[in-house]
Ligand binder design. Sequence first.
Ligand code: NCD
Ligand code: ZN
Length: 333
Amino acid sequence: MDEVTLESPLDMHLHLRDGDMLAVVAPLSAADFAGAVVMPNLVPPVDTLAALMAYRARIAAACDTTRFSPWLTLFFRAYGYDELAAARSQIIGVKLYPEGVTTNSAAGVRDLHGIDATLAHLEALGIPLLVHGETHGFVMDREREFLPVFRRLARQFPRLTIVMEHITTREAVELLGEYDNLHATITLHHLLITLDDVAGGLLQPHLFCKPIAKRPEDREALLRIALDGHPRVMFGSDSAPHPRSAKEAAGCAAGVFSAPVALPALVELFASHNALPALQRFVSDNAQAIYRVTPPVRRITLARAPWRVPDQYGAVVPFGAGTSMAWQVVART
Ligand code: NCD
Ligand code: ZN
């Protein structure tokens, strides 16, 4: 097969940023995707309905939101029931970051035992909880160490839709099988790279992100459920642009900018495993069922035709910069 059409592809974990960066990256996602879950880790975080409505307006000014639905999230803090009830129609979920585990998470949760009242409100209101599941432990073990928290939440709040964001380990894949209210997003880069690609040779700052890429057997486990189109697994790029100066620096910022190459790379990956039929589920259908959302109707057609990934988009270096990719988007309706 040399051509494939995806119906309303969705990116269920995306950083659009703000200001000049928003203006560069939002149109790139809006070109290829029919919708995206937009992360709230701005500075300061998006944690009031007023801030969220203002952010929505800035996103709408940066791209065509009739063809691309930005589904916004609130940054987790202790929220009252009424506050969440008022925000419900404007949000797709609430995103929980443990304090300080990643970019712009200084305002995150310090005590994960003190969050139950807010979680009960989310459960009662049917608002999904999205979680950056890492501890402050040894960097390769942080996700695994966090899994008991997911287990507790899944048991204690059985009707809460919980999304384990950007999972990177075999153990997280296994946990997904244990509880029906657990779901997961998987990034492009965690399907393609391991820690070896980041730090095995010359250090590759543009592949440095949280959670850090793990071992080959972890990548294999992620690949298996993605290529199967597992119903509780969704594509979420975690495309997280930082200016080149913040990446090629002593103290490299965490984040991989993959949005403009995501669909071509996913098609190449699924095609190479003879799994193209599962891609529609991974990149759209599962997310629509899990979040009960209906995106704008889009058809994105890719063809097997090599192209060279640009060195930069604005000030940002994309995943695969300067390399040749086998598939490209040839039609967008
Ligand atoms: C993200 C960012 O830059 O906002 N960085 C990252 O490495 N993934 C935050 C996040 O999703 O952890
Ligand atoms: Zn992210």
